[in-house]
Structure formats: C-alpha cells, structure tokens
Design a protein around this ligand. Structure first.
Ligand code: UTP
Length: 303
C-alpha cells in the first residue's frame, strides 16, 4: 500500500475529469468551406458539431475540456465564451429562450484551448494536450464524429475505466470494404461480452491486411501512460504521429479494452455523414420534425 493511497484504493480509478478534443486537422474533405472555418464549427442544423462533443463529455462528468486547435481557433474559443453584446441585445429584446440557450453554451465546462502549431497527426494533437492533462487519465473525443445517446459513449468508457483500471476505447463493426478508412483492432474474441481485450491496432489497413472489421470511431479513455508512448514515437503512416501506434504499445504493456456501443454515430468530417446527420437530426427536431418528414415523403415520391 503506498503512502499516497492509505485506503488501498487504486488511484488510477478516480473519475475522468478532463477531455481532449483534437480539432486541428486541415479538414481537406470539406474544402473550400474549411479554408477559413474549422470543420468542427460547421452547424448540424443550428449547433456547431463540436457542441455535441462538449455536451457528451459534460454528460460523462468531465469539467475541463482541452481543445487542440489550429487555424481559425478563435471561432471555437469565441463560441464557448461570453458574448456581452449578444446577451445584452437578447435580454433587452425579451428573447429569453435564446438567451438561455446562449448562456447554457458558455456555462457548460472550462474550455481550454491549445494550438497545435503544425498538423503532425492525431497522436501529436493528443500529445499537445499533455501540459494541461498532466498525469491523470483522460478522455479523447474526435471533433469530427458526433455520437447521439444518453449519457453517451464517453460515459460508458469512463465507467469501464473506473471498473477495470484499463484504458478503454469505443469499437464498432464496419463493412469489410470500409476498413481502409479507420484504425482497426485485433481483439481476443469473447462473443458473450461487449468488452474485448485489444491485442493489436492497425491504422487504415488494406482489406487483405485487416485483422478484423472492428473499427475505432473516435472515442477513447486513456491512462496518462499514452503520453509516454506518444512521446517515444517517430512518424508512422503518412508521416504522421499516429495515435494507433501508441495504442499498440499500451495494449502490450498495461492492457487496452475495446467497448461496443449502441449510440447513433455520424462521421461529420465526411460530406455524406454530415448531410446524413443534418437530415436525421432534423427529423427528430422539435421545430422541424413534422415539416421534414412531410418533405422527405414528398421528395421520395418525386425520385
Ligand atoms: P482527420 O484526418 O479525420 O482530420 O483527423 P482532417 O485531417 O482534419 O480531415 P481531412 O481528412 O483532411 O478532411 C481526425 C481528427 O484529428 C484531428 C482532426 O481535427 C480530426 O478531428 N487532427 C488530425 C488534429 O487535431 N491534428 C492533426 O494533426 C491531425
């Protein structure tokens, strides 16, 4: 029993309080829009996609959110900051509903922004958050994937970490031809469970080389050891510091779990996924739902 841990508790089991949202990629799939707007600020109906990520983290009990930003970082910072002028205007105009929605955004969490000076890869983006995270376990939510579920995938991963003390990442089954788009994991098969021991991780393998169809959709909870592994890496696939390379090391040293989930997921960094998210969320939107349903029925009849 260590002096720091008088009750024999595993200190690694403290709840996850910090999350990193990497949002410094170049967003080439969304050019020209992303020339001057970060793709995470593109709206899903009337909410920037990054707001979905921040709310998911907050539902998992996370208080400090570290946004790894590149160009256009000000628009993300400003979005989560107080806008005196706007709040004053809405208040004087008696638009209390809108005012409450604006206040909700700025009160969600402590938003800390760090600039990744060069887009050297997702692993490098995560490592950029190290000075703020320190030696605590933490979550990572990719800014271009949104997950819809309550409380959400990050909460599930956080609970898995609290229960097992092991880094836990979301995994999902994808069609064989799609393995080339994801990090793919090899798992110890256990068909009765929704939690798998990860044996290996391969970044965007060819269909022939993929060890399975279990893909990483962009939600992770890591012990701080991932920073040590990331700091030792040289550039991997496409000359980038790959998060998946550090995960291989973590799987072999401390152990790593793959956790399945049932939440809806949209790849909003991809044009089709982005349109899909807008259409599907409009269908369940309180103002737009009925109108959208009627429109889609009419449209289907005309196709
Ligand atoms: P992607 O490869 O999907 O993002 O990275 P990208 O490069 O912005 O997109 P495309 O392919 O050119 O359209 C996954 C996540 O990692 C972040 C991205 O912002 C995205 O959320 N990322 C990637 C960084 O923060 N820094 C990097 O150096 C690379």
């Amino acid at each position: 029993m260590s002096g720091d841990d008088p009750y024999g508790l595993n200190l690694q089991m403290k709840p996850i309080r910090k999350a990193i949202i990497p949002a410094a990629g170049l967003g080439t799939r969304f050019l020209p829009a992303t020339k001057s707007i970060p793709k995470e600020m593109l709206p899903i109906i009337d909410r920037p996609s990054i707001l979905f990520n921040v709310e998911e983290a907050v539902r998992a009990g996370i208080e400090d959110i570290i946004i790894i930003a590149g160009r256009g970082k000000e628009s993300i910072e400003n979005f989560f900051d107080r806008s005196y002028e706007l709040e004053d205007f809405l208040s004087k105009a008696g638009k209390t509903d809108l005012l409450e929605r604006i206040k909700h955004v700025r009160n969600l969490a402590n938003i800390i922004s760090i600039r990744q000076k060069e887009a050297l890869g997702l692993g490098h983006a995560v490592l950029t958050g190290r000075p703020v995270v320190g030696d605590e376990p933490f979550a990572v939510l990719l800014g271009d994937e949104i997950m819809i579920g309550k409380p959400g995938v990050t909460d599930t991963l956080s609970k898995s970490f609290a229960k097992t003390g092991l880094s836990s990442v979301a995994i999902m089954n994808v069609p064989k031809e799609d393995v080339v788009k994801y990090g793919i994991v090899a798992v110890e098969e256990d068909s009765d469970s929704d939690s798998f021991k990860i044996l290996d991780v391969i970044e965007k393998p060819s269909v022939e080389k993929a060890p399975s169809t279990w893909a990483l959709p962009g939600r992770y909870v890591f012990s701080a050891s991932i920073f040590k592994e990331l700091s030792r890496l040289s550039p991997g696939k496409n000359g980038e510091i790959q998060l998946t390379d550090a995960m291989v090391k973590l799987a072999k040293t401390e152990g790593l779990l793959g956790i399945t989930f049932k939440d809806l997921r949209y790849d909003t960094g991809d044009k089709f996924g982005y349109v899909q998210a807008n259409v599907e969320l409009a269908l369940s939107h309180p103002e737009l739902g009925a109108k959208m349903r009627a429109y889609i029925k009419d449209l289907a009849g005309r196709l």
